[in-house]
Design a protein around this ligand. Sequence first.
Ligand SMILES: [Ca+2]
Length: 468
Amino acid sequence: MKRVIFEMETADPDDFMTLLWLADHPDVELLGVLVTPGSQDQCRLVRWGLDRCGRPEVPIGALHGPSWWATSEGMKARVSGFHEACYGPGIVEHPVGEVAGGPALLAELLRDPEATVLVGAAPKNIGKAFKDVPGLRLARWVQQGGFAGDNLVAEPLEKFRGRLTCPSFNPGGAPRETLALLASPQIEERRFVSKNVCHGVVYTRAMRDALNRRISGRSPRTGLAMMIDALDRYLEDKGTGKAMHDLVAAACALDERVCDFAEVEIYREKGEWGARAMADTHTRISVGFHEERFLDVLGRRSPAERALTPHRAAQVARRARALSMHAARASSGGSSGQAASKARMASRSPPPPTPRSSLCLCSLSSSPPPTSRSVPTTAPATTTPVTTPATITPVLPSTSGGSASGSDGVPTGGGLASRPAASAVVTMPPVSPRPPMTRLDSVSALGPASARALTLAERRACAALHAA
Ligand SMILES: [Ca+2]
């Protein structure tokens, strides 16, 4: 179980897809979400996603705090149009709930000595927290961004061939903060999932088929289903697959074997970012990628799903019906022995050898999703090491890098006025009932009818047990 704090933005749709994937992931305890820069529309979107995934208790922090929302900068729309088109109008109508100051919230959450801070945006919340709060310590920082050049990657993507440095959206959006965090002795481990790897990981129909094979025979959890649906929608609308930058970084936060890493010094030169091999920096950058492992982590099953096979669920449901019949006949004055015999005939299975309560499925998949703080902490890993060649192969690192030119976009977060983080908490109206899920038709088709019927069977089993 990884305890994760996720810092995100909402211009590129893959941050929110990553949030959905993380929110109810069986191997993740999501401690909090930090939003950059943290406008109200961004926080509302995050709250909507957490509520949809059954994680209403996860705290949200905004870089400048809610008081900033009333300013002209704070009122600017920062959620890209893809989100409403994909997820529906509920994202703009949902109550935003409580939102804290992001750096203050992070400082509070980092009382957990094993927390991982995963950043899919410019590292502004984490940067400000380490600047403002003395003595803060962090076990692991996983940052999407940075660049590994030809000195580190044997087979770079064609568009990066010959380069040692490159602009990078996220570190470039907060260069001072990034350099300070890279130099901080208060962070035990740093991992950069670089663009030379991320930009090669694009969602395609072939990848969707490979992911579907991993989750066939079951209804995917809500966050995973919504993520897949959003990736499908992007592919359908744009005609090209989504580069999965933040999802690769998140997968590495859960299982570092998704990428190969080299220990490096990350540097900035003429506004661009590079990396050179160096020992004992506690900083690693991705230089290779393993798609099979990535898909394994993306589609990993929950403990409840692993425990409840369709055959086992049907068996338990039959026994529950038998018990229910037995109880009904006994209460109507019939012989319990006769009733039990008839019940056994009806179920075509022997009486259960264990107490009734142990048969109840309420603790399994028919129950509401557990809160993030009550998820079992011993989720067994299902990822199997594979030998599929990486699309990008690391080489023995050489020495320093030079400079090159190029551009991958202009960071939108870097031009924001710096304001003190507010630690005040704003109380908003209670969360309204969840709106109907949109655009999950393609995902519903992923699970066979038997998987959906299984849930009904479980419910009937539990109802029968409780009635008895
Ligand atoms: Ca991002």
